[in-house]
Design a protein around this ligand. Structure first.
Ligand SMILES: [Zn+2]
Length: 338
């Protein structure tokens, strides 16, 4: 019987030797949204031995146009993305190990989450998380593949600590205009094209070959492609990748933290350090004030005073429809407690 990887082994730049390398490698994917899903599926099918995928969010119907690992049923049950991704990847390839981590990738866990991985794939939708990946990867001298897409555009760059400029070195040349898929939209092909380039560079690195050191931009709708040589932009005084780096994004933050999530009417509130909470106890406690309470293994969804709460078991909470951040914080303290 032919091996499941026979067609990939016939491709001479990989071959059997490359396949053997893949069978020993561990890839961490930060974000299980559109890019994370597409990269994860390709790497699982390619036979990468271990895949870890970390994500803070849950599945909604509006994700389904581009987040290929998920189904209508996952959205109906508001499943946590990392958990649903793990199940789906296991169904795709039962020969590999898959770890789903339901948590925010942050300055407290970044270094430990990278532990044991050979490479990181950027599947995030925001620059603060990308700069954190950049710091953690630079500190551990681990390669990572930056990718981003919005509308019909995409960008991809392999970042190799000590060899290529890092994201911090490239601050001025990376477009960060703040357009997000929630504000200006996105089409599936832009995701697939970006992920195809990310996975390709990942396969080169994982099989001990040279990745491209150019930053690629494209517009799949307008059929425009360009790439930029960035090797001259390595900053010898870079705060993230020079010998005197102080890794600004890895420095710890304290206290109840809030963040407005990517273009939607949502505030995320996090307690100081993650403290697991009992979802059962919380559901019981919220009974007198909450309506439409739904619960699964990873989270509770409910409405309190017309505002939608999604509480994860590490205490992190997404609040949809509060007037502003201050109001969301206040409601968190009143109803969830911290
Ligand atoms: Zn740098």
């Amino acid at each position: 019987m032919e091996s499941r990887y026979s067609r990939q082994e016939l491709f001479s730049p990989i071959g059997q030797a490359g396949q053997e390398f893949l069978a020993e490698k561990h890839v961490l994917i930060v974000g299980a949204g559109a890019l994370g899903s597409a990269n994860a599926e390709m790497l699982a099918r390619a036979g990468v031995s271990e895949i870890s995928i970390i994500d803070r969010d849950y599945i909604e119907m509006s994700n389904l146009n581009r987040q290929q690992l998920y189904t209508e049923e996952d959205a109906y049950f508001s499943l946590a993305k990392a958990e649903a991704a793990k199940q789906r990847l296991r169904n795709i390839n039962s020969e590999i190990k898959v770890n789903g981590i339901v948590a925010e990738f942050d300055s407290e866990n970044a270094e430990s989450v990278l532990e044991g991985a050979d490479l990181v794939i950027d599947g995030t939708d925001n620059f603060s998380t990308r700069f954190l990946i950049n710091d953690a990867a630079a500190k551990r001298k681990m390669p990572w593949i930056y990718g981003g897409c919005v509308k019909s555009h995409g960008v991809c760059l392999a970042i190799l600590p000590g060899e290529t400029p890092c994201l911090q070195c490239l601050m001025d040349v990376i477009p960060q205009e703040g357009e997000t898929c929630d504000s200006v939209g996105i089409i599936g092909p832009a995701v697939q094209m970006t992920a195809a380039h990310q996975t390709t560079e990942a396969l080169k690195i994982l099989t001990n070959q040279e990745p491209s050191k150019e930053m690629l931009y494209f517009d799949v709708w307008g059929r425009e492609y360009s790439s930029m040589i960035v090797s001259g932009l390595l900053n010898p005084d870079c705060a993230s990748c020079s010998p005197q780096a102080n890794y600004p994004y890895l420095r710890k933050q304290k206290g109840l933290r809030t963040a407005v999530l990517c273009g939607r009417d949502t505030v995320q509130v996090r307690p100081d350090a993650s403290k697991p909470i009992s979802l059962k106890d919380l559901a019981h406690r919220l009974k007198p004030v909450a309506q439409k309470v739904r619960e699964n293994k990873e989270l509770i969804v409910c409405y309190i005073e017309g505002v939608r709460f999604v509480v994860f078991k590490d205490g992190r909470t997404l609040i949809h429809g509060a007037a502003d951040v201050a109001e969301a914080r206040k409601m968190y303290q009143r109803f969830i407690g911290a």
